[in-house]
Design a protein around this ligand. Structure first.
Ligand SMILES: [Zn+2]
Length: 298
């Protein structure tokens, strides 16, 4: 396919509507919503219109979050059958758009329980100390820990990463996860869940960011805001929230809505629940479109 230049990768901020429809998408229609996991069949929200309204409000408030633009560009511009090696020198020049799936998985693991800055530092440090995943697998765990220490939980993350590399090598005879690109969402979930230490949130993040699939990860921020918006029953836990929202949120809105809600959750203390003990509500009501929406709801 054609090389993507910087100018072609235009920032699509105002119309977040990635409608690229690769062939696997058509083949997978309904897979994520027809696997029998319906935790709240009688709970009808959110409607597609509500999802769209929140997307529009948050987009107007924050703009599309800069840190996710590279992933967004990949989704709207990535043509089918363009996952091979010739990507290396075209779109990676400025922001290394096209990471391998294994890079994506490991960077997702490194992002747990830390800030974005520190997780990026840890990943960069790991990559610069160990040029290949084979060398990480072969290295002494302590040496790997040292390189990722700035991202926190170094021993746990090292053991998780080395465990994944080791079982991947046993299973496939190499350290490559590119084969996942050819699988359906449900197949990918099954494959990734086999690795020890990989939970549903990590799987969902890899699906959404690194495999360009329509999935809606639920982290603390998304969970809190889903509660604030009454998009799930009050008794819902994270797992059920994930299942419910993935059924209710239209596929074409999932990526943008997820990035925006996550970003909003980080900056809006009030509606993400963290500031509930502080008398800031009036102030936030004016600024936060989500609090307005949730008070209109009932
Ligand atoms: Zn808010």
């Amino acid at each position: 396919m054609t090389k993507l230049t910087k100018t072609q990768k235009s920032r699509k901020r105002k119309k977040p509507d990635s409608r690229s429809s690769p062939s696997w998408k058509k083949a997978n229609v309904g897979v994520s919503s027809s696997n029998g996991s319906e935790p709240f069949p009688d709970f009808s929200g959110p409607s597609p219109d509500e999802c769209r309204a929140v997307r529009d409000d948050l987009l107007a408030l924050h703009g599309f979050p800069k840190e996710f633009i590279k992933y967004r560009n990949q989704r709207s511009l990535s043509p089918i059958g363009h996952e091979d090696d010739d990507d290396d020198d075209d779109i990676s020049g400025t922001d290394s758009c096209k990471e391998s799936v294994l890079d994506g998985l490991i960077s997702t693991i490194l992002s747990q329980n830390t800030t974005e800055v520190n997780s990026h530092k840890a990943f960069a440090s790991l990559k610069s100390s160990f040029p290949t995943w084979e060398s990480v697998l072969a290295a002494d765990a302590k040496l790997v820990e040292d390189t990722i220490r700035c991202g926190g939980l170094a021993p746990t993350k090292t053991s998780c990463i080395k465990g994944i590399l080791s079982s991947l090598f046993q299973k496939k005879g190499n350290l490559c996860l590119e084969y996942l690109r050819e699988l359906s969402i449900e197949e990918i979930k099954r494959e990734l869940s086999c690795f020890r230490g990989i939970g549903p949130k990590t799987v969902a993040c890899v699906l959404m960011f690194h495999l360009q699939r329509d999935d809606f990860p639920v982290d603390t921020h998304v969970f809190q805001i889903a509660k604030t918006l009454r998009w799930v029953p009050t008794a819902a836990d994270v797992k059920k929230t994930y299942l419910h929202l993935n059924r209710r949120i239209p596929d074409e809105l999932k990526f943008d809505l997820n990035c925006l809600i996550y970003t909003h959750g980080k900056v809006c203390r009030e509606c993400s629940g963290k500031g509930s003990d502080k008398p800031k509500k009036e102030h936030c009501d004016k600024l936060c479109p989500l609090l307005r929406q949730s008070s209109n709801a009932i």
